[in-house]
Design a protein around this ligand. Structure first.
Ligand code: EPU
Length: 420
C-alpha cells in the first residue's frame, strides 16, 4: 500500500497544466465502441480509471493503441457484450458500457459498477432510460442484462426524475444509433455532457441541446472514425485553485475553460483570493487569509459536489463561520470531515450542512482517503498544515488525478509517494 507524505506550510508558486477531464473521457471511451472504424482521442489523462476502462475494452475485442495522451480505438472486432465483471466492478463509469453495448449490439450483460462509495448511488434512471428505448431489463444484485423488448429498440421521450449525469450520458450513448428521435428532459448540463455530444457529433451523430436541460438525439445508421480532443478537467483545475487558496501562493493554472470554472472561482474570489481569467488559463493569488462563505452544491452550472471537500478545507482556514450544504450526495461529508478534524479543523455536520468554524492553522496528521475528492482535499489540507501529513488509501486519488506528485512538486510543494 502506498501513501503520500506531505510537508506543509509552504505557499505554491509557478504554473500547472490541467489534464483532460476524467468524467468526459470515461464517457467518451465507451461511446467509441459505437464507431465503425478508428477513433483517435487526444488529451486522454493517464489515470487508473482510464487504464481500467481500456483493459475492459480490449477484453471485449477492441484494438487499442496508446501513445502519450492519445488513444486510438478500433472497435471493428468487438466480439463480446459481456465485459469482464472483475474489471467492471473496479470503477463507476464502467456502467456506460451498458448504453454503449446496447446501442451497438442491441444487448449487454454488465456487472454492477464499483468506484467511490461515498453515498448510495442508484442507477434507476439509467434503467428507466433503457426501458423507455425498448430494452427488456433484467437487474440482479450482480449485473444488469439488456436485450431488445417485444417492440424492438427505438428512440423515445424520457423525462429524468432526478438530474443525473450518468443517466443522461448512458441514454445519449444508447440512443445514437437507434431509429427515431430520443428526447431527454431534465438532463444534466455538465461540461462533460457537452463534450460527449461534441465527440459523438464529430463521428456523425445528430445530437442537439447538450448543455441545456433538453437533449435531442436523432438516430443515425452509423458513426465513422475521426479525431477528437477531450476538454480540460474542471475539477482537477478547481483542486489546484483550492490548494493555492488554502496554502497561499501565486499560480497560473493553464489549459482550462474559464467559463466552466466560474462556479468555483467566484467562491474563491468571495473568500479573498485574487482571480485573473485569461482565454485558457486562470491566475490565482492568495496570501492565505481567507474569509468565511456559504456554498451549496448543485448540478452544473452550480457549485460542483466534486469540489465540496476541497472548498471545505479552504473554509477550515477562513476567518469566521462558513456554511457548506450538500444537495447532490448527502453523505459525502463522512468521507473526510473526521480526518480534517484530526488535523485541527472545527466542523459540525447538521444534516445536509457542515458548519465550519475557521481555525488559525491545521496540523499534520495521518489521514485516510475514503474517496477520490476526499483524498484530494486531504492533500490540500496537508499542504496548508503545519508539519507532516500522511495520506493513506491513495489509490482513490490515482483514479482521477494525472501526475499529481509531479504537478504539485512543480509548484514547490513538498509531497512524495511512499511505497510501504
Ligand atoms: N441518482 C438517482 N438515480 C440514478 C442516478 C442518479 O437517484 O439513476 C441520483 C444520485 O443518487 C445523486 C444524483 O442523482 O443524488 C446525481 O447523480 P449522478 O447520476 O449525476 O452522478 P453519477 O453520474 O453517478 C457523476 C460523476 C461524479 C459526480 C456526479 C455529480 C462520473 C463518472 N461521475 O456521477 O463524479 O460526483 O456525477 O456531478 O461522471 C468524481 O469525479 O469524483 C465523481 C464522483
Amino acid at each position: 500500500m502506498a501513501r503520500y507524505e506531505v510537508i506543509g506550510g509552504k505557499p505554491l508558486n509557478g504554473a500547472v497544466t490541467i489534464s483532460g477531464a476524467k468524467n468526459a473521457v470515461v464517457a467518451i471511451l465507451p461511446a467509441a465502441i459505437l464507431v465503425n472504424g478508428v477513433c483517435r482521442i487526444e488529451n486522454v489523462p493517464d489515470i487508473s480509471d482510464v487504464r481500467i476502462l481500456l483493459s475492459i475494452l480490449e477484453g471485449i475485442g477492441a484494438k487499442i493503441t496508446r501513445e502519450d495522451g492519445t488513444v486510438e480505438i478500433d472497435s471493428t472486432d468487438i466480439h463480446s457484450t459481456c465485459p469482464e465483471p472483475e474489471l467492471v466492478k473496479k470503477m463507476r463509469a464502467s456502467y456506460y458500457l451498458m448504453g454503449a453495448l446496447l446501442g451497438r449490439f442491441g444487448k449487454a450483460h454488465v456487472a454492477l459498477p464499483g468506484g467511490c462509495n461515498f453515498a448510495s448511488r442508484p442507477i434507476d434512471q439509467h434503467i428507466k432510460g433503457f426501458a423507455a428505448l425498448g430494452a427488456d431489463v433484467e437487474e440482479t444484485e450482480e449485473y444488469v442484462a439488456l436485450q431488445p423488448g417485444a417492440n424492438g429498440l427505438q428512440g423515445n421521450r424520457i423525462s429524468l426524475d432526478v438530474v443525473s449525469v450518468g443517466a443522461t450520458v448512458n441514454i445519449m450513448i444508447a440512443a445514437v444509433l437507434l431509429p427515431g428521435q430520443t428526447i431527454i428532459e431534465n438532463a444534466a448540463k455538465e461540461p462533460h455532457i457537452v463534450d460527449l455530444a461534441n465527440f459523438l457529433n464529430t463521428m456523425g451523430a445528430q445530437i442537439s441541446g447538450a448543455g441545456t436541460d433538453t437533449v435531442k438525439i436523432r438516430g443515425v445508421e452509423a458513426l465513422q472514425g475521426g479525431t477528437y480532443a477531450i476538454i480540460p478537467d474542471q475539477i482537477e483545475a478547481g483542486t489546484y485553485l483550492a490548494a493555492v487558496a488554502a496554502a497561499g501562493g501565486n499560480v497560473l493554472v493553464k489549459n482550462v475553460i474559464p467559463k466552466h470554472m466560474e462556479c468555483i472561482t467566484s467562491k474563491l474570489a468571495e473568500m479573498g483570493a485574487e482571480i485573473i481569467n485569461y482565454d485558457d488559463a486562470i491566475r490565482i493569488r492568495c496570501d492565505g487569509k481567507l474569509h468565511h462563505t456559504t456554498v451549496k452544491t448543485r448540478p452544473y452550472p452550480g457549485f460542483p459536489t466534486d469540489m465540496q471537500a476541497q472548498i471545505c478545507v479552504c473554509m477550515t482556514l477562513a476567518s469566521g463561520v462558513s456554511r457548506l450544504t450538500e444537495s447532490v450526495y448527502e453523505t459525502r461529508f463522512f468521507g473526510y470531515c473526521s480526518e480534517l478534524e484530526s488535523m485541527g479543523a472545527d466542523i459540525q455536520i447538521n444534516g445536509k450542512t457542515a458548519i465550519v468554524t475557521g481555525a488559525d492553522r491545521l496540523y499534520g496528521s495521518t489521514v485516510t482517503a475514503k474517496d477520490l475528492r476526499a483524498g484530494a482535499a486531504l492533500i490540500i489540507a496537508g499542504l496548508a498544515a503545519e508539519g507532516t501529513t500522511y495520506v493513506k488509501n491513495i489509490h482513490y486519488v490515482e483514479r482521477g488525478y494525472e501526475r499529481l506528485i509531479e504537478k504539485f512538486t512543480g509548484l514547490g510543494a513538498q509531497i512524495r509517494r511512499i511505497e510501504d
